[in-house]
Design a protein around this ligand. Structure first.
Ligand SMILES: [Zn+2]
Length: 77
């Protein structure tokens, strides 16, 4: 007696690694009207992705990127 079997689960302690996703991703919005209702028309070869705004109907290669989490802090007014 007194003999304890070590559970193989002890190896699991080493897997206490926190995976933090610090990559913040914003929302792409239309640079013309500010609508987030953008549709990715697709990537064709080397050309950059083309976005179509379903609100104003314009297309753009460079949509604006906004971060709603930062939007809560509004200064002025
Ligand atoms: Zn638009």
């Amino acid at each position: 007696m007194g003999e304890r079997e070590t559970p193989s689960n002890e190896d699991d302690r080493e897997e206490d690694i926190k995976i933090e996703v610090s990559q913040k991703r914003g929302i792409l919005v239309c640079p013309f009207c500010g609508s987030a209702d953008l549709v990715l028309l697709g990537v064709a070869g080397l050309t950059p992705p083309l976005y179509l705004c379903r609100k104003c109907g314009r297309t753009t290669y460079t949509p604006l990127e906004i971060f709603p989490e930062n939007d809560t802090k509004e200064s002025g007014t």
